[in-house]
Design a protein around this ligand. Structure first.
Ligand code: GSH
Length: 203
């Protein structure tokens, strides 16, 4: 197997944090999205949508979509469990992961695409779309702050899960996009400081 990766982008980061938490080692090859290497004909054969990460399987086929890659690896390596063990636990973890992805990471992406000079040449930018992203981000962080509360060590409870991987990637991306986490979300802030201490956060 091989991972096509780009250090500096959130979806590849989510996968690297997951791999580090699981103790799985897969060779990584960097594909530069800043220079557009992910849009050349060679790479588009691996992922016609051009996005990273991509997992290359031993038969030469490719799996795209970070969450599909993570769930595939989780099925191959169920221990330690990062999507829970009972049906309800698994549903709760996935629920929180989706909230972190769609409400945090995607909202930050929307803000980034609509405000950052790097995106200006590639994207029709709209201040209203950026504002909508900020609203969705704040609404989601409010819910996550209440869910994590004063005592949870991890997003879904007492063990790290894929929800932590996605939230870490989303909040690091938020710093890069210049919409850093508002410290008023004190439980998310405590979680973020704690998770950043884990070796996987450096992946
Ligand atoms: N939904 C996809 C998103 C993939 C994606 O858009 N990745 C970004 C990096 S976070 C990318 O490659 N952007 C460059 C581009 O699309 O040209 C996933 O979760 O893997």
């Amino acid at each position: 197997m091989k991972v096509y990766d780009f250090v500096g982008a959130p979806n590849p980061k989510k996968l690297r944090v997951y791999l580090a938490e699981k103790g799985i080692t897969i060779p990584c090859q960097q594909v530069n999205i800043v220079t557009g290497e992910n849009r050349n004909a060679e790479f588009l054969k691996k992922n016609p949508l051009g996005g990273l990460p991509v997992l290359e399987l031993d038969d030469g086929s490719h799996l795209t979509e970070s969450l599909a890659i993570i769930e595939y690896l989780e099925d191959l390596h169920p221990t330690p469990p990062m999507i829970g063990t009972t049906p309800l636990e698994r549903a709760r973890v996935r629920e929180l992961e989706r909230i972190c992805e769609l409400g945090v990471l995607s909202s930050v992406a929307q803000i980034f695409q609509n405000t950052h000079p790097f995106m200006a040449g590639r994207f029709k930018q709209s201040p209203d779309a950026a504002d909508n992203g900020r609203t969705r981000l704040a609404n989601t962080l409010k819910v996550l702050d209440a869910t994590i509360g004063g005592s949870r060590k991890f997003v879904a409870g007492s063990r790290p899960t894929i929800a932590d991987c996605t939230l870490l990637a989303g909040l690091e991306f938020a710093e890069f996009a210049q919409v850093p986490l508002d410290p008023a979300f004190k439980n998310v802030t405590r979680w973020y400081a704690g998770f950043k201490e884990r070796p996987s956060a450096q992946a």
